[in-house]
Design a binder for this molecule. Structure first.
Ligand code: NAP
Length: 506
């Protein structure tokens, strides 16, 4: 089983002891005592405490040449590792480049040989692993720096080739995060996690609780199915929370991770083979259209794809944003026939919504910052455009924000003094839940519908395509609401029978 390692360091031994206790309480299996990050004056004292730590310890004394902070000479630095061996360390971590300077082999501790590249993916990684294992390392450890998530293909291949449980290959930074989250599925010896957000020792380190609770690291294995979301940015995405909650609830052997992808086509061509299903978010919804064998109808008409799923012999593209948005509006408006609907925006989401609203016989108008894009979309859909200046003078039954305006800001794409009573105002943005657009709409007596409902419904529909199973909606919804700090009891109906977020849920 992949062991979960929490690096610890401090300026006094009492703190090291209490961090080890906290790591054990959080569910870690091993601590890594980073001597190079501790006060040099207390290293000997810390080594003498190793046996009293709450967890077995890897002892590391990293040189600056490999990203560490030790100010000792190599011989002093390595001697401390041998002292740690004598004092009861479970493992010592020695850089492959310094192996020849190690005065003796550890007698009790097991040996990790390591290699780091903080600028790139290094070269001849397979050769380095061979060299480490031939030098009788118990575990070969690599930490390299990917330029894009596509480089995870290199890491995955190394795991395929290495003896099970003898390799830890970490891709650093946010682009490499899945190498830590998938460590159990890939058969890693260790994965490294931060005790909490204040104690990370390397870029892209997740917290120990997220590895256990969200990514179920201890339950992963070689048969674990791998799903994920590609986006740029992607760190804000709630998709790992909602889908992993669904897998856990149904006790499925599956995990879902965020991939920070700059080049979607490169990523999919290199990593697609080991990914069982994909969510696609901004800005990649058009990028993989020719990477699938078939589309569902909504992808054909919208040219936007937010989901890839597999059947026995095919890859199929789907668009669950479009149907989710339609359901949200219909839940409030009932029949859309002849309803006057204004869509703000002409990007991927607006395109999907325009098609489905038009198919539901609403009278759809589109406005956008770049009016040429609005006109192109209107031609494609068979609806009309209007400038914002004209649109604010008109009567609307439904206004839908498909722009990113209001995302993580207090801005609104619609003037506050141009709201009216009785309208449905739907914001696809859901960070924050209560956008300025919706708050203004509510103050004016309109009916606000928040984008979280659409997010939930599009996720349920993805989950069902990947698993051929009904999505456990209550468990998935609960996980998202808890993550957002909302009381699931109060918001229990969001995205189910009632899409309005705060006023109807409470
Ligand atoms: P997109 O293809 O990049 O389109 C972005 C749209 O926003 C374009 O119409 C763009 O206008 C407009 N825009 C961006 N910045 C603007 C500004 N400062 N002022 C005015 N208009 C601006 O993105 P998308 O995929 O359609 O996603 C749009 C939003 O939908 C996202 O931000 C997200 O919050 C939301 N969304 C929600 C869900 C959900 O489940 N609730 C799912 C997906 C997306 P131009 O054409 O002039 O550039």
């Amino acid at each position: 089983m992949t062991e979960l390692v929490v690096p610890i360091f401090a300026s006094d031994s009492a703190s090291v002891i209490s961090q080890a206790e906290a790591a054990a309480a959080a569910g870690a299996d091993v601590v890594e005592l980073r001597l190079d990050l501790c006060d040099p004056g207390i290293c000997k004292e810390l080594i003498n405490q190793i046996k009293t730590l709450a967890l077995p310890a890897i002892v590391t004394n990293r040189s600056p040449a490999e990203g560490g902070s030790s100010r000792l000479s190599d011989s002093e630095r390595l001697q401390l590792l041998l002292d740690a061996d004598q004092a009861g360390a479970a493992w010592i971590d020695v850089e492959l480049s310094c192996l020849e300077q190690l005065p003796a082999r550890p007698q009790r501790a097991r040996l990790i040989l390591s290699y780091h590249d903080f600028k790139g993916m290094g070269d001849d990684l397979a050769g380095k692993i061979m060299a480490m294992l031939s030098a009788e390392a118990d575990v070969a450890k690599l930490a390299v720096t990917p330029a894009d998530a596509g480089d995870l293909a290199i890491i995955e291949t190394l795991y395929q080739q290495a003896p099970h449980g003898r390799l830890t290959a970490i891709a650093m930074g946010e682009e490499g995060l899945p190498s830590r989250l998938l460590a159990g599925a890939w058969g890693a010896a260790f994965t490294y996690a931060a005790l909490d957000d204040d104690h990370d020792t390397a870029p892209g380190q997740p917290s120990v609780r997220s590895l256990i609770d969200t990514y179920r690291i201890h339950e992963q294995g070689p048969s674990t199915c791998i799903f994920g979301v590609i986006g740029d940015p992607v760190a804000h995405s709630l998709s790992p929370i909602i889908h992993n909650a669904g897998f856990a609830h149904l006790d499925m052997d599956a995990v879902y991770v965020p991939f920070l992808v700059h080049d979607a086509r490169d990523f999919w061509s290199r990593c697609g083979a080991w990914i069982d299903g994909l969510s696609i978010t901004i800005p990649h919804k058009h990028a993989l259209l020719d990477s699938v064998n078939e589309y569902e109808d909504l992808v054909s008409v919208t040219s936007a794809m937010n989901t890839i799923y597999r059947t026995e012999d095919k890859l199929i593209g789907a668009n669950t944003d479009a149907t989710a948005a339609l359901l949200c509006v219909q839940e409030q408006a009932g029949s859309l026939e002849e309803k006057r609907c204004l869509i703000l925006g002409a990007g991927g989401v607006s395109r999907a919504i325009a098609h489905t609203m038009h198919s539901a016989h609403a009278r759809v108008f589109i406005t956008n910052r770049t009016m040429e894009r609005a006109e192109q979309l209107a031609r494609d859909v068979g609806c009309k455009t209007m400038t914002l200046e004209d649109a604010v003078q008109e009567d609307w039954d439904i206004i839908i924000n498909g722009t990113s305006v209001g995302m993580n800001s207090d801005e609104s794409p619609w003037p506050a003094d141009r709201h009216r009573t009785g309208r449905i105002v739907f914001d696809t943005v859901y960070t924050p839940l209560e956008t300025r657009l919706l708050l203004d709409a509510q103050s004016a007596g309109s009916f606000p519908v928040c984008g979280l409902s659409m997010f939930l419904i599009q996720a349920y529909q993805q989950f069902e395509r990947w698993t051929n199973t009904f999505a456990p909606e209550a468990a998935m919804r609960r996980a998202v609401l808890e993550k957002l700090g909302l009381d699931p009891e109060l918001f229990g109906t969001v995205g189910k029978n009632n899409t309005a977020c705060w006023n109807n849920g409470v």
